[in-house]
Design a protein around this ligand. Structure first.
Ligand SMILES: Cc1cc2nc3c(=O)[nH]c(=O)nc-3n(C[C@H](O)[C@H](O)[C@H](O)COP(=O)(O)OP(=O)(O)OC[C@H]3O[C@@H](n4cnc5c(N)ncnc54)[C@H](O)[C@@H]3O)c2cc1C
Length: 391
């Protein structure tokens, strides 16, 4: 059959979930769909720290991208996209392969910059990709079964806090030697959050003897040691890098216009103004009307619009505008079955906060994992239009 056009998706991230669930619709209309991803699975970051803490098994928090694509008549290409040539409409892969597109959507996420690491002989784990947390979990189980170790976490924001809480939970759960856990937050711990959240997070750390070091920035990281700007050196058996993320470098490296965080500049249609056949969502875009926090919530909210606009771009019909919506619910998984919840003026911590997060996250995963079985057909709540879960 002669294809009417070729849709290419780079990355099977949070913003592509609805499009992935609707691949059969594209195929049935005569479009070819190719999805490029480094792994057969996409891991849901919201549950990553919980996986580290053994609340969840790796299978609970992942979505079988490759299987879902192939089952619906799409093509899954394992690999990493390294370059986009908008003139020739080609995506280049690390393997050297070229993939041609008519319409392209990129949801390649973000990464933790490694510029502070000058020597890595092992036992340094960045919080992204989420798969790394699985390796960290195995290593911590192995080391703490032998002796009391020292774990350093570089960064003082939510991911660092969640990692600390869930390392603590992991070791408590497996009843091994509890490590010394140190957070090196540089600036004030959880400094961009309101006082109430900061105090709750700090109180939980203090209760568990997790040390928080602030007022001194990390200058250099090598396996086993952390050197501070003040000149002080700290030893560490395991080091986590949780010092913030940057958008995927693919657009910058391809000469596609980017914002200050290297995210592709997109208009209200989640579309690159200079190359209107390129769309994107999640952490890798810079929404020029209203720069967005790099949280999964926005990636998830973008889903139905991205799916609609990709079909509209192929068919030459009307695009829909993305509305980022109001304040979002934020719940931190602090380990030990405890969370800190915040939305607008409501903030509270404790078991209920974690239960709410756990319920929302499990429901999200169940909905998308169902596509693995049914290939995107007749699954309530994953159509691209008017879907309440994405609001
Ligand atoms: C530890 C941690 C906990 C978090 N908890 C929460 C939370 O509870 N709630 C929340 O809202 N946000 C949370 N966040 C933020 C959240 O991770 C991001 O905002 C979210 O992952 C963005 O989704 P995404 O799909 O854009 O990117 P990602 O989830 O990073 O997905 C990108 C996908 O693209 C693939 N990919 C990457 N590069 C390429 C390439 N070159 N070629 C092809 N494919 C590629 C990756 O394999 C991946 O599957 C957390 C972040 C971290 C680090």
């Amino acid at each position: 059959m002669l294809l009417k056009g070729q849709l290419v998706l780079v990355g099977g991230g949070h913003a592509h979930m609805v499009t992935l669930a609707n691949i059969r619709r594209f195929v049935d209309k005569g479009y070819g769909v190719t999805v490029i991803g480094p792994s057969d699975y996409h891991y849901y970051s919201g549950m990553g720290p919980g996986m580290l803490g053994k609340t969840y098994a790796p299978e609970d928090i992942r979505f079988a991208t490759g299987n879902v694509v192939e089952k619906q008549g799409g093509q899954f290409v394992p690999g990493s996209a390294t370059h986009i040539d908008p003139k020739l409409r080609i995506v280049k892969l690390a393997s050297g392969e070229d993939i041609v597109y008519d319409v392209l959507s990129v949801n390649a996420g973000s990464y933790v910059p490694q510029s502070l690491v000058t020597e890595d002989k092992g036992d340094i784990f960045s919080v992204k990709p989420i798969e790394t947390l699985q390796k960290a979990r195995s290593r911590i189980i192995e080391l703490t079964s032998q002796k009391k170790i020292l774990i350093a976490i570089v960064g003082g924001g939510p991911s660092s806090t969640e990692i600390a809480g869930n390392v603590w939970q992991l070791v408590k759960h497996i009843q091994s030697h509890m490590p010394v856990i140190k957070i090196f937050s540089g600036g004030p711990f959880m400094g961009r959050f309101p006082d109430k959240i900061r105090k709750s997070a700090l109180a939980i750390m203090v209760q568990r003897n997790i040390e928080v070091h602030d007022g001194d920035y990390v200058k250099e990281i090598k396996t086993g040691t952390i050197r501070m700007e003040s000149g002080k050196t700290h030893l560490a058996d395991v080091i986590f890098l949780a010092s913030g993320v940057r958008s995927s470098a693919i657009f910058r490296d391809s000469g596609i216009p980017v914002g200050p965080d290297d995210g592709m500049i997109v208009n209200k249609y989640l579309q690159c103004p200079r190359h209107p056949e390129i769309f994107g969502g999640g952490d890798c875009i810079y929404f020029q009307d209203e720069p967005l926090d790099k949280v999964g919530v926005y990636a998830v909210r973008e889903n139905p619009i991205l799916c609609h606009n990709l079909m509209a771009a192929l068919e030459g019909s009307v695009l829909k505008a993305f509305d980022p919506g109001g304040p979002y619910l934020l719940v931190f998984n602090m380990g030990g079955g405890i969370g800190i919840l915040n939305k607008r003026w409501i903030t509270f911590s404790g078991r209920l906060a974690f239960k709410i997060k756990d319920y929302i996250d499990r429901r999200f995963m169940m909905k998308f994992q169902a596509i693995e079985q049914y290939g995107g057909k007749d699954i309530e709540g994953v159509s691209s239009e008017n879907n309440p879960i994405f609001r």
